[in-house]
Write a protein that binds this ligand. Sequence first.
Ligand code: GCU
Length: 408
Amino acid sequence: MRIVWYLLLLSLCPVGAGLSPAQDDPVNYDEAKVPTYDLPDPLVMEDGTRVETPDQWYKHRRPELVRLFEEHVYGRTPKQSLEIRAVVMNECTAFAGRALLREVDLIVPRKPDGPIRLLIYSPVGAQNPSPAFLALNFMGNHSIQPDTQIKLSTQWIRDRAGHGIEENRATEASRGKLSSRWPVEQILTRGYALVTAYYGDIDPDFDDGFANGVHPALGSASGADRKPNEWGSIGAWAWGLSRALDFLEGDALLDAGRVALLGHSRLGKTALWAGATDKRFALVISNNSGCGGAALSRRCFGETVARINHVFPHWFCERFRAYNGRESDLPVDQHQLIALIAPRPVLICSAEEDHWADPQGELLATRAAAPVFRFLEAAPPVHRLRAGKHDVTAEDWTAYMDFADREL
Ligand code: GCU
């Protein structure tokens, strides 16, 4: 009887109405319970035509896949361009004069909650413009180093015990609290610049019906007026990464042609989507990105489409909810997201104990993306599995930089 009611409810529920029946389901961590599934072939068009030439990939299949991810997963990013002003707020040295530290505000017209503030560290005395890592941060620029020269974020920040955030605002106690994830000195010593911004500067990470962040600046609808394919927060964060790159293109100290895009967890999902949609990023690294990132949705292992849509209803487009518990009906899976970055180098990083993000699903997606890279005569994407938990470690950074040294 329950099942009948449930089916009835589902049939009454229009696509995108947000029913998340799986929210109370137990999470599957058992390989034996992974459903059997067929992955959509990245090299076969929706009408069944096989992609035979790179030209067909670039002109037809690639745009088709981008459109499918826009329509069914992340939503469409508005194409209109905005007059964004860049204002240098701070310029000083750091690390005993070995680095230049700059903070630059990107002022987005009609964005209600302030600028997107870039924090840029670049090596002093470099002969040539430096290659750079670009990565959003979770808690404000000031949280990546205990340097009082960095301006304290005044934005809404998710409360986090022991991290100096009170009532969703940063306090002095939050300075440097995430520095273990940001070995800035080591990055500079290896000749890279580091560019970061607080992701909440682009769009605060809570469900407010899309009234804050860059959504209203780009004319997004909210509430009942929202279309099934309108962009969510991941789309917005990815848009912000592209605006950071716009700024770097005019910065003489950095080589915008050698920017490695990096993201951890939800920001790893974001880095993959940004790398897929903006071909200027020279290299892409996702760390522990999991569901909606590098992990195959069809495996339903760890976090599922239903759970992510229920807990984070603002991350994806509304239509993505139609696939709650129906992953095999998705016209795409996440290996195709990785494939969209080809032929540029991609590194997918997983952690053994990070079952929620499904390390095996990330490995299988990396492998299933490889045929596209080979087809384009590029090196296949690399999967890296390390011991330990969901996190970014100094050892991870060594692997990122070794990869970038080789590939950039
Ligand atoms: C939650 C979420 C994940 C996400 C992670 C993070 O665990 O379920 O999808 O990757 O947060 O961003 O830290």
